[in-house]
Design a protein around this ligand. Structure first.
Ligand SMILES: Nc1ncnc2c1ncn2[C@@H]1O[C@H](COP(=O)(O)OP(=O)(O)OP(=O)(O)O)[C@@H](O)[C@H]1O
Length: 312
């Protein structure tokens, strides 16, 4: 768990981060969004003490970070920066092995970990381990950047626009990879992004910053249904709001009794995808099944729209 307690950064007369408090529960993802220059990166860097706060504190699992030696802290907190920051003269394997080497892991354990991570990120070790960053595409470089940050199995991961340079298709894939890794290891993540779609997709909670201050910190549903003011409302997007709300609910939550013709939809599908699927197939209704294939009932366009009008 990360507790940010009245954290402030002042440079001269300018407040870069102004009295920000928020708690990131263990095993969850907090996404920080906001305008350019709002102080997001500075907030993130104060968590791992790359930037010293003017006042306030950060507690990690109850321990004040000021009482943890800086190098120990940085090894405990994985950190992924904009544009990946890979070492150009180290191979892919060498880059991923950086922190485990610093921590003195034995060679076998490092090799196994590098191999596992490369496989997880769909970079075939036989093909990529000995390549250098400049021989990779932008998307592959970013995946190596995330793999490197995860190498020493940090319980906490700080990510500053980690997928900023990726095109939309690879970006989706990278987000999926991150979510599956986060679920597998129960990693606690603080991620900064400009992309509201990304925030809604990844965030258990979203922090909205503007002009050095934290305007709201809440679940995606809270931001959509109870925005704390006009700025948050505009940022979460008035026109996309019904669709964002739909993407927060699963088919299993609005399944109706009854049967229907057609190929069943998986109950874990979100309502936004379900609606576009129904429209694509030109149907008003489809059966719903669980992951084992057992039929649970049906979903209707009418039921989805009723939910969009009246979110739970
Ligand atoms: N070392 C510094 N000296 C002077 N000003 C700084 C310094 N570091 C940051 N700032 C200013 O503080 C403000 C916040 O910067 P920060 O990078 O935290 O914002 P951000 O929300 O991450 O922005 P972006 O989304 O553009 O990356 C900016 O106006 C920036 O110019």
């Amino acid at each position: 768990m990360i507790e940010i307690d009245r954290l402030t950064k002042r440079l001269g007369d300018t407040l870069i981060v102004d009295d920000v408090s928020m708690v990131v529960e263990a095993g969850t993802i907090a996404v920080v969004v906001g305008t350019s220059g709002a102080g997001k990166s500075t907030l993130l860097r104060m968590i791992n003490r790359l930037i010293a706060p003017t006042s306030g504190r950060v507690l990690i699992d109850g321990q004040d970070t000021m009482s943890i030696p800086e190098d120990v802290l940085r090894h405990r907190l994985g950190y992924v920066i904009q544009g990946n920051g890979l070492f150009p003269h180290r191979t892919v394997a060498g880059n991923i092995a950086t922190v485990p080497r610093l921590l003195g892991w034995d060679a076998k354990r490092i090799a196994r970990r590098v191999d596992d991570l490369m496989t997880l990120f769909q970079l075939d070790p036989a093909e990529f381990a000995k390549k250098y960053p400049h021989e990779l595409s932008g998307g592959q470089q970013q995946r190596v950047g995330v793999a490197r940050a995860l190498a020493a199995e940090p319980a906490l991961l700080l990510m500053d626009e980690p997928f900023g340079a990726l095109d939309p298709v690879i970006r989706n894939k990278a987000q999926e990879d991150l979510l599956s890794i986060q679920r597998r290891f129960g990693t606690t993540i603080v991620l900064v992004t400009h992309d509201m779609e990304e925030a809604f997709r990844l965030g258990d909670r979203i922090a909205v910053m503007d002009d050095a201050r934290l305007l709201q910190y809440g679940t995606p549903a809270e931001l959509l249904t109870r925005p704390a003011g006009e700025f948050v409302e505009r940022l979460v997007g008035t026109t996309e709001r019904p669709f964002r709300l739909l993407s927060l609910t699963k088919v299993k939550d609005v399944v109706e009794p009854g049967t229907s013709a057609g190929q069943p939809l998986d109950a874990a599908t979100n309502l936004r995808d379900a609606l576009s699927h129904l429209m694509w197939c030109g149907r008003d209704t489809l059966p719903v099944s669980d992951e084992g294939g057992a039929l649970l009932g049906r979903i209707t366009v009418e039921g989805i729209l009723a939910h969009a009008r009246q979110p739970a």
